[in-house]
Write a protein that binds this ligand. Sequence first.
Ligand code: NDP
Length: 252
Amino acid sequence: MKRLEGKVAVVTGSNRGIGKGIAIALAKEGCRVVVNSYREDEEAKNTVEEIKKLGAEAIFIKANVTREIDVRDLIEKAVKKFGKLDIFVNNAGILVSGTVTTLTEKDWDRQMEVNLKGVFLCSKYAVQQMLKQDKGGRIINIGSIAGLVGFPGISAYCASKGGVTELAREMALDYAKHGITVNAIDPGVIVTDMTKGMMDDAATKKMLLENTPVGRFGQPEDIGNAAVFLALDESSFVTGHNLVVDGGWTAR
Ligand code: NDP
């Protein structure tokens, strides 16, 4: 028996990158998965197809996590299709560069809207559904080591990710008695579209690798494996935790 057989998960921002890695890792354990992204494109279709090839069920639901109406619709459609919601992964995110002196107010708001307000809105409707079911649940927020230690030049991103991790701790307390665990995963440098620009610059790539003690960058499946652990029934005593998956970056 696979370890997440019978479970239903929604992973935001899962047409590509880390979200896709999480969706596939959950599906490999028998979970039925809702793939989501802002755009409905070939990548979304391909991710659903890849999951189906693993023998798991998957559908795509388009939703902008910053729009309450979309988020409500995402949960409603997921529950209509699969009958319930057990696991919700707040993964969708963007990176807006800039220091406090160079960022515009608009940049700041855009960063916070997706990375922080999106997590609030999704958690609101996901937890409401889990409370209705009265069988507990799992909320997993994808933060970043940029929410734990400073990274120059990305002030709004760092602030948003600090918020995502802290919100997991706060929510863990609010819903502990209902069997809903809320944890954060804080990834280090993972190879995705978000980090492509950094990897394309040889000096930046060298610096990032030198700061990652295990000597390699993370892959989306590294975060997927961590998400599976937090999603398991056996992890019911793990809540309010911040699981750092960074190849040792913050251990130095
Ligand atoms: P990518 O840029 O590869 O993917 C981002 C995903 O988020 C896409 O699926 C995108 O959808 C989705 N998304 C963006 N805005 C919205 C929105 N408003 N509504 C719904 N979906 C949206 O990023 P990563 O995979 O690298 O990052 C995933 C998460 O991991 C983010 O929260 C990021 O901050 C975090 N993280 C990443 C690290 C890394 O090194 N890569 C390190 C630490 C944390 P679409 O394709 O439609 O745009």
